[in-house]
Ligand binder design. Structure first.
Ligand SMILES: Cc1cc2nc3c(=O)[nH]c(=O)nc-3n(C[C@H](O)[C@H](O)[C@H](O)COP(=O)(O)OP(=O)(O)OC[C@H]3O[C@@H](n4cnc5c(N)ncnc54)[C@H](O)[C@@H]3O)c2cc1C
Length: 441
């Protein structure tokens, strides 16, 4: 099939070499599809999103990444634990108790290293990776995407014709911006400030690599506590954007105030040395209203971003990359690269995100994991299913009614994300990272 009368130079172009783009391109190449990937940055480069969840295992397996992960220095993660505003610790949610399989051990990664491993793996599978090379524009023939215009490292520009264009540009959201497809989440409008510590507290043995989610004392937000290799802890605070960034001091001051107000965090970093400056970002949740068009499809953060509470971002990037790769492969084999074919996986994928989103919103509305499992011990495994990212089966919906039975009488229902205004609200600098001076992780 030709796009604008010309024969496409490649089957698929992928914009962006983060986890979503690397996944999609690798799986396409594995299935004999000719694919070129453009990444604007030189790797290694800093990125946030360091805690994986167990359901990434199945995609990593298809990517032939498991042996590389096992041989990596990444800290093994077996559980997640919650500390409430009063400092009370829940029992750890051990993934293995739920699924006695090696998939229940996952990793705390350093993204500069993980992303480079993923992109090198794509190269090894035959993906034509061009880097650094920025995609300036997606080219269209009417409604059909036909390729991309690229700025090469030497500043020259070129075009590449393709049957399908995959937007994996992360929070740059190239095509979502172009077509004004973004729905901002009506309630999840947070920000984050974080830094890295050496020599902070680590649990022993199996708990060494646990993610700890620590609620702030005023219940406005929470800290992530992520143990990484080289004795480093990633420690960030997430709270409503206005609370964190409006009328407060520098990021350093705000972070220090939040730590000082939270004894459970303070005691963990006592005597530790801070090894980077302070990072900050706006992390409003959003999703696209349309996953695909004729000849194009969105994956990863270019499809949607969900609040990082349960560390679901990389899983959703890998999963959407996988689903899109299979849809594209089939589409190319059958000569059907229509919107319907390229995006047929999206409704079920959105249902999975809806489940994770609901669990996120319940937490912000006061949901208490400890109380829930004490009241409904038989649902501990089902809640753990959600925490590991097993989101795409309706059997996990068994948790919602019991959860509602514990609601305080005045609790408002959670507005669905589709209740957001359908126009694109301009919110500046979404996802723009404030990087500190000095060393990055
Ligand atoms: C505060 C915070 C904490 C988080 N914590 C976690 C966590 O613990 N666990 C987790 O799983 N997720 C977490 N996430 C989410 C995670 O960071 C993302 O979901 C994940 O990185 C998405 O992967 P991606 O491949 O879609 O996008 P990215 O990883 O952002 O990759 C996109 C790539 O596209 C490239 N690109 C962009 N525009 C162009 C262009 N025009 N041309 C060429 N290349 C381009 C970029 O350089 C980038 O490398 C967190 C996010 C935030 C904000």
């Amino acid at each position: 099939m030709s796009t604008n009368g010309k024969t496409p130079q490649t089957d698929v172009v992928v914009i962006g070499g983060g986890p979503a783009g690397a996944t999609c391109s690798t799986l396409l190449a594995q299935q004999g599809v000719k694919v070129s990937l453009f990444e604007r940055d030189k790797f290694p480069r800093f990125h946030i999103g360091e805690s994986l969840i167990p359901e990434t295992y199945w995609v990593l397996q298809r990517l032939n990444m498991l042996d590389k992960m096992r041989a990596s220095p990444f800290v093994k993660k077996y559980s997640v634990q919650f500390v409430n505003a009063a400092g009370k610790e829940s029992a750890p949610f051990y993934f293995h108790d739920n699924k006695p399989h090696e998939c229940s051990q996952t990793w705390q990664v350093v993204r500069s290293e993980f992303d480079m491993m993923m992109l090198n793996n794509a190269r090894e599978h035959g993906v034509d990776v061009r880097q650094p090379a920025r995609v300036l524009d997606v080219l269209f023939d009417g409604d059909r995407a036909r390729g991309v215009r690229i700025q090469n490292e030497d500043g020259s520009q070129s075009e590449l014709e393709a049957r399908v264009v995959v937007d994996a540009s992360g929070q740059s959201t190239m095509l979502m911006n172009r077509f004004k497809l973004r729905s901002w989440d009506p309630v999840l409008n947070k920000g984050a400030i974080w830094t890295y510590w050496k020599g902070a507290y680590r649990d022993a043995g199996k708990d060494e690599g646990a993610t700890v989610v620590i609620q702030t004392v005023n219940r406005q937000g929470w800290f992530w506590y992520i143990p990484q290799h080289d004795n480093v802890i990633s420690l960030g605070v997430v709270a409503p954007f206005d609370y964190l960034f409006k009328g407060r001091g520098s990021h350093e001051q705000t972070y220090a105030e939040e730590v000082a107000a939270c004894p459970a965090v303070q005691k963990r970093i006592e005597g530790a040395e801070r090894v980077t400056g302070f990072f900050a970002t706006k992390d409003y949740s959003y999703r696209t209203r349309q996953a695909a068009g004729d000849g194009w499809v969105l994956i990863g953060d270019a499809f949607g971003f969900l609040d990082p509470l349960y560390s679901s971002g990389v899983l959703l990037a890998l999963k959407s990359g996988e689903l899109a790769a299979d849809a594209i492969t089939r589409g190319i084999q059958t000569g059907d690269t229509s919107a319907a074919q390229l995006g047929h996986w999206a409704p079920q994928f959105n249902q999975g995100i809806d489940r994770m989103r609901r669990l996120v919103c319940e937490y912000y509305d006061g949901f208490n994991f400890g109380k829930f499992v004490r009241t409904y011990p038989h649902l501990r495994n089902t809640i753990t299913d959600l925490l590991i990212g097993d989101l795409f089966h309706d059997r996990v919906d068994a948790v919602w009614e019991p959860m509602e039975s514990l609601y305080p009488p005045d609790k408002q229902p959670i507005p669905p994300w589709t209740s957001a205004p359908t126009h694109d609200q301009p919110i500046d600098k979404q996802g723009e990272l404030v990087l500190p001076e000095g060393p990055l992780r």
